[in-house]
Design a protein around this ligand. Structure first.
Ligand code: AQP
Length: 358
């Protein structure tokens, strides 16, 4: 019996203000994977409408995320790059998963609680159901690996729960139709044949959670009202230097040991950013800068950040000047993505028992 083909899927929402956290926690990690296995990188525009949006801005942001993918080094000749709404299977599978997932599972999602805030009654149903759409994004391709930042861990656990419930609920049907794939880890809770893989999260490296520059206990975020809290991928060199200069810190010099930063979240965050941008460990950074004041470390970090980000920003701006080229890449990618998702959904429809009239 066949095995699941290794395949990477990940996505970024086109909600504006793409930032260093998106780059270090996700986009930069997408690049090497394209040489290791088939990769699918999506601009998840259906997710972006779960909160109030401006249609023209959504279009511009969709192109901006695409430009960031390309400028970071994702090669459309290797990876599939497309925007979610062009592949109808995402929305269709999400509906089916809405009927598999339990209210209790979704009610526990911390991201919904954070994004809905106090006014939960007024949040869209889409915001609540966001994780079932994310599960559909991944499982429409039967993707086995998903590189993401730490904030997406809970959603990926839910994706596994949905896959597991689907596999269990329809185990007999999957077998009867001959659509099963050998379960690599059979257990009393799981059938020996699966339809969907239990996707592995890839949350690794020194930058799985980059924190706000204004508050080391809050994640750097597109939606933070303070622009000083994040380094945007399209910030100029001057803006980057200013934001690092103004980043909240404490008066102490950096410690030489990582343990010394355990109660200093802002300092730890800046060291983590330096480590991720330079490809070194935090320990190595501290062995160079331990004992130094922030008046020395911050300019070094600003120089490094500008060195790393400026070429990417220039490339993004160059790419964004040619919308036809970007739209063509998305269209071509959507065609390739559909070729994978359409047969999966055809099988799902048969498993569900939907009558196909044509
Ligand atoms: N601060 C972060 N550090 C590391 N990784 C991060 N990611 C987001 N913030 C950080 C990762 O970036 C990818 C794309 O994220 P998204 O577009 O789905 O948005 P998000 O996770 O909801 O976070 P944002 O970018 O800050 O947006 P808002 O403000 O809307 O919540 C994901 O892999 C994510 O883990």
């Amino acid at each position: 019996m066949s095995q699941f083909q290794p395949r990477v899927f990940s996505g970024v929402q086109p909600t504006g203000n793409l930032h260093l956290g998106n780059y270090l926690g996700a986009i930069s990690r997408f690049v090497p994977l394209q040489d290791e296995m088939p990769t699918i990188y999506c601009v998840v525009d259906l997710h972006a409408i779960t909160v109030k949006h401006d249609p023209a801005v959504l279009t511009a942001n969709t192109r901006e995320v695409t430009a960031a993918y390309l400028a970071a080094g994702i090669d459309p000749g290797k990876a599939i790059i497309f925007n979610q709404s062009q592949v109808r299977e995402h929305a269709e599978l999400a509906w089916i998963f809405n009927c598999i997932a339990r209210m209790g599972w979704l009610s526990r999602m911390t991201q919904f609680k954070e994004k809905a805030g106090k006014n939960r009654e007024n949040a869209s149903v889409g915001l609540f159901a966001y994780p079932t759409l994310m599960a559909a994004d991944i499982l429409a391709y039967r993707a086995t690996h998903v590189p993401v930042g730490d904030d997406q861990k809970q959603h990926l656990e839910l994706t596994r729960d949905i896959a597991q419930k689907f596999n269990n609920d329809f185990a007999d049907r999957v077998k009867e139709l001959g659509l099963g794939v050998a379960n690599p880890a059979p257990s009393p809770e799981l059938p020996d044949e699966l339809f969907f893989p239990l996707t592995e999260p890839m949350i690794a490296g020194p930058a799985t959670r980059i924190m706000s520059l204004r508050d080391g206990t809050k994640k750097m975020s597109k939606s933070d009202a303070s622009d000083l809290s994040r380094i945007n991928l399209r910030d100029s060199a001057d803006e980057i230097a200013k934001k690092i200069r103004k980043a909240k810190t404490d008066p102490e010099p950096l410690s030489s040991e990582l343990d010394g930063l355990s109660e200093r979240p802002e300092a730890l965050n800046l060291v983590g950013i330096y480590a991720a941008l330079s490809g070194r460990t935090k320990e190595e950074v501290l062995s160079e800068y331990g004992g130094q004041p922030f008046s020395v470390f911050k300019p070094a970090l600003a120089d490094l950040a500008v060195d790393k980000l400026a070429p990417m920003t220039d490339e993004m701006n160059r790419l964004l000047a040619d919308e036809t080229h970007i739209d063509g890449i998305l269209r071509e990618g959507a065609g390739r993505a559909s070729e994978i998702a359409a047969p999966v959904l055809r099988d799902v429809r048969r498993i569900m028992g939907f009558l196909e009239g044509r």
